[in-house]
Design a protein around this ligand. Structure first.
Ligand code: GCB
Length: 598
C-alpha cells in the first residue's frame, strides 16, 4: 500500500487535530451515534491514544467501543478525482462511517487501511465517524484473555469466587505493554486521477559496482508510463517506458547503515505521478553470518516501543526524531519494532537516517501449555488473521531499505508443544518469504524455555532469542547467570545458524544506586550488560545484541511493574541511565561490519 503524498497530481489533506469523542454507553450503535452528532461529546486529540488525555480512570481503563467524529468538507476542485480516506492505524479495531454509512472496517491496530469515498461524499458538510474497539482476545493480535467477569470498577462477581480470591478481569492483555487505544496515526484524505498508480515493488541487487533495480508498477487504467530513476543528488540515471523490468545503475551509491544513500523512482502514468524512494542494497544470510551488501553486519541496538507521556502510542514525530538522534548518540545501528509494526513515518525516517530495522508483526502473547493441559494449543489462535498481518506488513514495508528482516512473532512458547508450534509457524515463515519480493530473512523471537525441545527456532533464518539470565533467572547472581548463558550458547553454536540476542535486560529505577550492585540499581543494570556481553563476545556466530529496552515504558498495573517497565537504558522522558553511557562507549568500539572476524 503506497504512502500518501502531495504533488502535482495528488492532493493531500491531513485530518489531525481535535475530534469530538464519546465513550460508548453500551447503546451507541443502536442510538445511531455513527450518523448523528454525538449526544455528549468532548474534545480528543488525533493522532494519539485517548487513555492518558483526561484525568479519569474511565479513560485509562476503558474496555470496549469509543466514538470519534469530525465534520469534513472537501474543496470542489478536488471532486473530479478519486478521493481516498486513509488511516495510518486505529487500535485495535475500527468501523468507519461517512454520513451514517459504513464505508470500511479494519481489525488490527498497527497497520494502515483505506477506502475510496468518492461516491459516499455529499456536497457541503459530511459527518465522519470512527468507532474504535480496544478489546483483545484469542482472535486478535496482540493476544488477550477475555474471561468474562469483573473489569476495573465493575460489579464484584459472585460471593463464592470472591471468597476463593478468584479475580478474573474481563479483558487481560497477554503482553507487557499498556493496551493503548484510539486513532493512533494520521487520518488523511488523498486524491488520485481516475487512472492511477496502485502499487510499486522494487528489488535491488549488486553486480560488481553496478546496482540492478528490478521494478514492477501496478496501475489501473490504460495510460502511458514513464519512469525515471533519480540518484541521491536528484540526477536522472535511468529511464524506461515499461511497467516492469530491470534497470542497471552504473557505479551505484549503496544504502548502508550509517551511510544511507536513497534513489527515487519518479513515475508518471497518464495524469498520475508518484515518487518512491528506495535504497540499493542486498540482505542475505550465509552460514552463520548476516550480510548487508555482502559484508557481515553486527546489530547494535534494542527493542523499542511506541510509547510516551500523554500521546500514549500515538504518532509523535518529535519523539521519533529525538529517538533516532539518541540512537546515533549511542553509536547503535538498529532496533526491532517490538512488538508491532511502527508508524510509516518512523520507517521513512530510518531509511533516511540509515537505521537498520527488524520489522515485527503484532503477534505477541501466543502461549500454550503442554499437550496434556492444553489440547487445543495453537488452535485457539486466529491463524488466518496472523497470515493477514504478515501479508499486510510486507505489503506496506517491502520497499524500505531499512527493513532487513521480518519477525513473525514474539515469544510464543515453542517448546511446550514443539510439533504444534512448528506446524503453526513454519507455514507463516514460508508465507513471509513468498510475500516479500526482496525475499529478506525471516525470524521468530523465542522466549527463555527448555531450548533443546524447540524445533521452530532452528527452522528460522536467524535464531533470535530473548534471555533474562541475571534477571528472571538467577536474578542478582551475575556469575551464575553468565555460566548458564554460556552453556546455552554452546547449544546454539551447533545449529550453524546466525544467532542474535533480541532482548536482555534488568529493571532499573533511575537514580537508585548501590556500591555493591543490587537488583534495580543503575550499577546492577550496567554490570548485568557487561556480564552478558562478555559471553556474547566469545561467540563468533552471534550477529547482534539488541537489549531490552531503549526506554522505560507503560504497562498494565500489576505487582511486577512499578509505574511501568523500567528496563530502559533511558527513562521514559529520554534521560540516560548509567547503562546508556556504558553502551555508548561499548558500541563506539564495535564496527557495523566485520565485528566477528572468524
Ligand atoms: C519479554 C517480552 C517483553 C517484556 C520483557 C520483560 O520477554 O518480550 O515484551 O517487556 O520480557 O521486561 O519482562
Amino acid at each position: 500500500m503506497l504512502y500518501p503524498i502531495l504533488n502535482d497530481a495528488r492532493a493531500l489533506i491531513d485530518l489531525s487535530g481535535l475530534w469530538k469523542f464519546q465513550m460508548d454507553n453500551g447503546h451507541g450503535f443502536q442510538e445511531n451515534w455513527m450518523a448523528e452528532p454525538l449526544p455528549d461529546p468532548e474534545w480528543m486529540a488525533v493522532p494519539a491514544s485517548y487513555n492518558d488525555q483526561k484525568e479519569n480512570v474511565k479513560y485509562r481503563d476503558h474496555y470496549g467501543w469509543v466514538f470519534y467524529q469530525k465534520e469534513i468538507e472537501i474543496p470542489g476542485t478536488m471532486l473530479s478525482q478519486r478521493i481516498v480516506l486513509r488511516f495510518g492505524s486505529v487500535t485495535q479495531k475500527a468501523k468507519v462511517y461517512l454520513n451514517g454509512k459504513l464505508i470500511c472496517e479494519h481489525v488490527g491496530g498497527f497497520l494502515p487501511f483505506e477506502a475510496e469515498i468518492t461516491n459516499a461524499l455529499i456536497k457541503g458538510k459530511n459527518i465522519l465517524c470512527v468507532a474504535v474497539d480496544n478489546k483483545v482476545n484469542h482472535s486478535t493480535l496482540p493476544v488477550g484473555k477475555e474471561s468474562g467477569s469483573a473489569f476495573f470498577g465493575s460489579d464484584l462477581p459472585d460471593i463464592e469466587s470472591v471468597r476463593r480470591m478468584e479475580h478474573k478481569p474481563a479483558n487481560l492483555p497477554n503482553f507487557d505493554f499498556f493496551n493503548y487505544a484510539g486513532i493512533h496515526r494520521p487520518v488523511k484524505i488523498y486524491t488520485t486521477p481516475q487512472s492511477y498508480i496502485k502499487d510499486i515493488s522494487i528489488v535491488t541487487d549488486l553486480e560488481e559496482k553496478d546496482g540492478i533495480v528490478q521494478y514492477a508498477v501496478e496501475c489501473t487504467g490504460n495510460e502511458k508510463i514513464e519512469i525515471r530513476i533519480l540518484d541521491p543528488q536528484g540526477q536522472a540515471v535511468a529511464e524506461t517506458e515499461e511497467k516492469s523490468g530491470s534497470l542497471r545503475i552504473p557505479n551505484a551509491e549503496l544504502w548502508e547503515p550509517g551511510h544511507p544513500r536513497l534513489y527515487t523512482a519518479d513515475i508518471r502514468y497518464g495524469e498520475d505521478h508518484y515518487t518512491q524512494k528506495f535504497g540499493i542494497r542486498t540482505v542475505k544470510v550465509a552460514g552463520d553470518k548476516f550480510l548487508i551488501n555482502g559484508k557481515p553486519f553486527y546489530f547494535k541496538g534494542f527493542g523499542k516501543h511506541e510509547d510516551s507521556a500523554f500521546h500514549g502510542r500515538g504518532l509523535d514525530e518529535v519523539l521519533n526524531v529525538k529517538d533516532v538522534s539518541i540512537i546515533h548518540w549511542l553509536h547503535a545501528n538498529s532496533f526491532r519494532t517490538s512488538h508491532y509494526p511502527y508508524s510509516e513515518e518512523m520507517m521513512n525516517l530510518c531509511d533516511e537516517e540509515g537505521i537498520v530495522v527488524i520489522d515485527e508483526v503484532p503477534a505477541v502473547g501466543l502461549s500454550v501449555d503442554t499437550y496434556e493441559k492444553d489440547p487445543i494449543g495453537f488452535g485457539k489462535y486466529n491463524g488466518e488473521h496472523h497470515k493477514e498481518v504478515i501479508r499486510d506488513l510486507i505489503e506496506r514495508d517491502k520497499n524500505h531499505p531499512c527493513v532487513v528482516m521480518w519477525s513473525i512473532a514474539n515469544e510464543p512458547n515453542t517448546e511446550a508443544q514443539p510439533k504444534a508450534a512448528y506446524d503453526y509457524f513454519k507455514p507463516l515463515y514460508d508465507l513471509a518469504h513468498k510475500c516479500d519480493p526482496q525475499n529478506r530473512p525471516v525470524t521468530l523471537v523465542i522466549c527463555q524455555n527448555d531450548y533443546v525441545k524447540d524445533i521452530t527456532a532452528p527452522a528460522m533464518d536467524v535464531v533470535c532469542m530473548n534471555r533474562y539470565y541475571g534477571w528472571y533467572l538467577y536474578g542478582g547472581d551475575l556469575e551464575m547467570a553468565k555460566k548458564a548463558f554460556a552453556l546455552e550458547m554452546e547449544y546454539w553454536k551447533k545449529t550453524g545458524k546466525p544467532v542474535m540476542l533480541t532482548e536482555y535486560g534488568a529493571d532499573t529505577v533511575a537514580g537508585l544506586h548501590s556500591i555493591v550492585p543490587g537488583m534495580f540499581s543503575e550499577e546492577y543494570q550496567m554490570e548485568y550488560y557487561k556480564a552478558m556481553n562478555e559471553v556474547l563476545d566469545e561467540c563468533p556466530f552471534v550477529v547482534g545484541e539488541q537489549l531490552w529496552n531503549f526506554a522505560d515504558f507503560a504497562t498494565i498495573q500489576g505487582l511486577m511493574r512499578v509505574d511501568g517497565n523500567k528496563k530502559g537504558i533511558l527513562t521514559r522522558d529520554r534521560k540516560p541511565k548509567m547503562a546508556a553511557h556504558y553502551c555508548r562507549n561499548r558500541w563506539k568500539e564495535i564496527p557495523d561490519f566485520d565485528y566477528k572476524k572468524s
